[in-house]
Ligand binder design. Structure first.
Ligand code: SF4
Length: 420
């Protein structure tokens, strides 16, 4: 399937078709032209500034790697007052400046700006490409300073909510069998600055078009809790009320089920937690999510039950990607109800979108509705994520570009071989 692509060569304005694995990203040549707030020319200049200027020299301190106490200390160590650190923090995150260079700083004195220009880097990412889907979803490809590429998705919604889906790693080590990113293996963890700047860029690029960016989901490339310290710091910057000021309930960190890290996350953060469950037996989960061989269903769900007890009005979001003949029977629905009993939660049923090399098929709409209704009739709070371009792009595991060497595909249990 194709996307409208803004070529990084910038040779022409004409869009062309690209990108095979996002099936539901239907080609729609007019959608770019119909985006009034960010014109093709503006986007081209954004892409140009990213790809031409690159990322600032690494000998300087990267400001967005620091939380506020660290920034304050660093500013003081250069002989400036803490109040100036707060003004700088607000220019980076809190006002509508979202400064990407010392030239863009507003209200700071000349000496402080000079010190910053000599010692600090403002920008961790540069835009490589921006794609627009037929439903208005944007996919941004960012270059890192070592030339690797990450993907971020901005998803507008008719209700006024706009979500940015951020990556936390390049690739992923978890090897979930239904996931395209998993085919890459882990290439590296992202730094705090590289994570937080995806949200900053979303606001910089699209706030005027979509209104405020209201939600963040860590459902792009990578297992966020495998890079937990940087994810904790980035999410703390996102919810800082002098900073990006997202509501903690609207910043959701998604995990495949790393039990010790879940405990750590719940003890340190008030952001929302999503757990990608996707199976109701260890036999199936061991196959489609190998992390289950280390932290099985009983340990994972027992830990959640225990840890959430002490958190006030906190609900886990269980994500459940529906795979035809694998996890979508009424027997699965019955087991799911029993598994989550006693855990304050919501369930999100996600339509699976095949990608190149995938062995799974999506559950039919009728069967998804039947599954949903069965859960709802047992009192579960359950949503269905429709199969649209934005939802595909937001889903954990639909991003990336696998190389020639890929992690192994795992052998299905015999009774599931017919389902594939
Ligand atoms: S689904 Fe998430 S955790 Fe699993 S391989 Fe994909 S990116 Fe990693």
């Amino acid at each position: 399937m194709a996307l409208i692509r803004i070529p990084s060569s910038l040779a022409t304005l004409s869009s062309h078709f690209h990108y095979p694995h996002h099936r539901l990203f239907l080609s729609h040549r007019s959608s770019l032209r119909s985006s009034p707030a960010v014109s093709p020319r503006q986007l081209l200049s954004i892409v140009a500034s990213g790809s031409q200027s690159g990322i600032e020299a690494s000998s300087k301190v990267m400001l967005k790697d620091m939380d506020f106490p660290e920034l304050e200390k660093w500013v003081q160590s250069h002989g400036f007052r803490p109040g100036q650190a707060m003004m700088l923090w607000k220019c980076l995150y809190g006002t509508n400046v979202w400064a990407h260079s010392h030239d863009e700083l507003e209200g700071l004195n000349k000496d402080f700006k000079k010190m910053l220009s000599e010692n600090a880097s403002f920008k961790a990412l540069s835009v490589k490409d921006i794609f627009t889907a037929s439903d208005g979803t944007r996919k941004i490809l960012f270059n890192l300073d070592d030339g690797m590429v990450i993907e971020t998705v901005v998803i507008p919604c008719s209700t006024g909510r706009t979500t940015v889906c951020v990556s936390s790693q390049v690739g992923c080590a978890m090897n979930c069998q239904f996931c395209y990113t998993g085919r890459m293996g882990l290439r590296k963890h992202l730094r705090t600055s590289e994570i937080v700047e995806q949200a900053v860029f979303a606001r910089r690029l699209f706030s005027s078009e979509f209104g405020s960016i209201t939600n963040v989901v860590f459902m792009g490339m990578g297992e966020p809790l495998h890079n937990i310290e940087n994810v904790l710091k980035a999410s703390a910057i996102m919810v800082d009320d002098q900073g990006l000021h997202f509501s903690p309930r609207k910043v959701t960190v998604s995990t495949s089920g790393l039990v010790p890290q879940i405990k750590h996350f719940l003890s340190k953060s008030n952001c929302a937690l999503a757990v990608s469950l996707n199976a109701t037996t260890d036999e199936v989960r061991n196959w489609i999510m190998p992390i289950n061989r280390k932290y099985n269903l009983s340990l994972l769900l027992g830990t959640l039950k225990e840890e959430i007890r002490s958190k006030h009005r906190y609900k886990v979001l269980f994500e459940y990607v529906m795979l035809a003949g694998v996890n979508d029977s009424i027997e699965d629905a019955k087991r799911l109800i029993e598994l989550i009993r006693g855990i304050p939660c919501k369930i999100n049923l996600i339509s699976f979108n095949p990608h190149s090399g995938s062995r799974f098929r999506p559950t039919t709409d009728e069967k998804m509705v039947e599954f949903r209704n069965f859960l709802a009739s047992a009192g579960c709070v359950v949503f269905m994520r429709p199969s649209r371009g934005d939802d595909r792009m937001a889903a954990c595991g639909q991003l990336g570009e696998p190389g020639v060497i890929q992690p192994p595909m795992l052998r299905p249990p015999p009774r599931f071989q017919m389902a594939l």
